[in-house]
Ligand binder design. Structure first.
Ligand code: NAD
Ligand SMILES: O=C(O)C(=O)C[C@@H](O)[C@H](O)[C@H](O)COP(=O)(O)O
Ligand code: ZN
Length: 351
């Protein structure tokens, strides 16, 4: 069992414990007296875990309603968010009540945003059930939905009051979602997490729940260290965007056929290749990165055109006027922030 404290402006704990879902109310109770709760989930996760969470809450005296929507990135949008908010209002949830996001990053991002804005903000808990959500999206308080113009363009910073991760839920996670989660994990390997890349090289993390617990804890601690320094991304937090400058464009241009973690993997390779020409990165680092991604069955290239990627990057949050903040690998396991013009960014895509 791990309990990692996140010392944000509103501090909270991340609990990582096998079978924690069956007694989730034990973790909630010290923070929140019995109240009305809404569990938000998708149609893959709800049939597997909704009843377990409900049973624990009901037994502890909480009343529970649920909102279950179709799975997938396509659903992380404004109409779905409004439908959820309308449902919350119809259930007469008050400011003292609680939202529980049970699922992957899509559920967590959208339900978190609903909690951030409904009645100008109510408490919420992240209960990640995908590997990607466990290592990244459930922690740090970035909530959002996508707009037609791009990824995560309508959102808010709102920290959860608690994160409860039950790694046994990964037993039902399809292999392709393990692969997807590994995209973000390898990203952490390039953000100075000591030994993480070596650990992954020695044994790929696919369908290995035993090993996943330790790696989840290491990534969460790494994210905590960054978020605690810079909760609202005015500086170092932007490092967590390694692979995302082009990754978000890849997701959008593929109409979300290429999922987030896969897109981040390709985005890291593109940025590393660019860094060989513009930042003197040793080409051997690109080879090692590609090998590690391939061992985890992740893609390393895309047929999406440079023009599409550049256009998407220009509209991303990290763009300001003619410049954009990017994250470039400086060595195997290390990266740095850099501000370049859009014209210079183009150069990163020319091989
Ligand atoms: N807020 C953040 O800091 C942050 C960080 C990283 C990614 N994200 C966002 O997270 C999203 C991606 O998250 P994701 O990969 O979890 O996507 P997701 O929520 O779509 O989950 C992936 C798939 O796995 C299924 N699933 C989840 N848990 C399962 C389980 N235990 N058993 C069986 N099936 C299960 C889901 O139903 C879905 O079909 C993207 O929208 C991305 O932008 C946000
Ligand atoms: O928490 C962060 O900060 C991150 O950047 C984590 C990313 O993995 C995540 O995909 C995030 O949603 C991207 O943020 P955005 O601001 O570029 O939308
Ligand atoms: Zn990400």
């Amino acid at each position: 069992m791990f309990r990692i404290h996140i010392n944000a402006s509103e501090p909270y704990d991340v609990v990582i414990e096998n079978n924690s879902l069956s007694h989730i109310a034990d973790y909630i109770h010290p923070l929140k007296n019995p109240c009305q709760t809404i569990i938000v989930s998708d149609d893959n996760v709800a049939p597997l875990y909704l009843e377990t969470v409900k049973a624990s809450l009901t037994e502890a005296g909480y009343s529970v309603c649920d909102y279950v929507f179709p799975h997938g990135e396509d659903e992380k949008n404004a109409p779905r968010l409004i439908d959820l908010i309308e449902y919350m209002a119809a259930q007469s949830l008050t400011r003292k009540d609680l939202l529980i996001a049970l699922g992957g990053g899509v559920v967590g991002d959208m339900a978190g945003f609903a909690a951030a804005t409904y009645l100008r903000g109510i408490d919420y808990i992240q209960v990640p059930t995908s590997l990607l959500a466990a290592v990244d999206s459930s922690v740090g308080g970035k909530t959002a939905v996508n707009l037609k113009a791009g990824k995560n363009l309508w959102g808010a910073f709102k920290q959860p009051i608690l994160v409860v991760c039950d790694p046994t839920t990964l037993d039902t996670l399809p292999r392709k979602e393990w692969i997807n989660g590994c995209g973000e994990i390898i990203k952490y390997g390039f953000l100075d997490v000591p030994g993480l890349l070596t650990q992954l090289e020695n044994k790929p993390l696919l369908k290995n729940q035993e090993k996943a617990i330790d790696i989840i804890a290491r990534c969460v601690q790494a994210k905590a260290d960054i978020v605690e320094q810079d909760e609202r991304e005015s500086g170092v937090r932007a490092l967590l965007n390694l692979g995302h400058t082009f990754g978000h464009g890849i997701e959008k241009a593929s109409r979300f056929k290429i999922p987030h973690g896969n897109a981040v993997a390709i985005g890291m390779v593109l940025m590393a290749q660019g860094a060989v020409h513009h930042d003197d990165l040793n080409p051997a680092v690109v080879t090692k990165l590609k090998n590690l991604l391939e061992t985890h069955e992740l893609p390393t290239e895309t047929s999406i055109t440079a023009d599409e990627l550049l256009e998407a990057a220009k509209h991303d949050k990290k763009s300001q006027g003619e410049t954009i903040k990017i994250v470039v690998p400086t060595d195997y396991g290390h990266s740095k922030l850099k501000v370049v013009t859009h014209e210079e960014l183009k150069g990163y895509l020319i091989k």
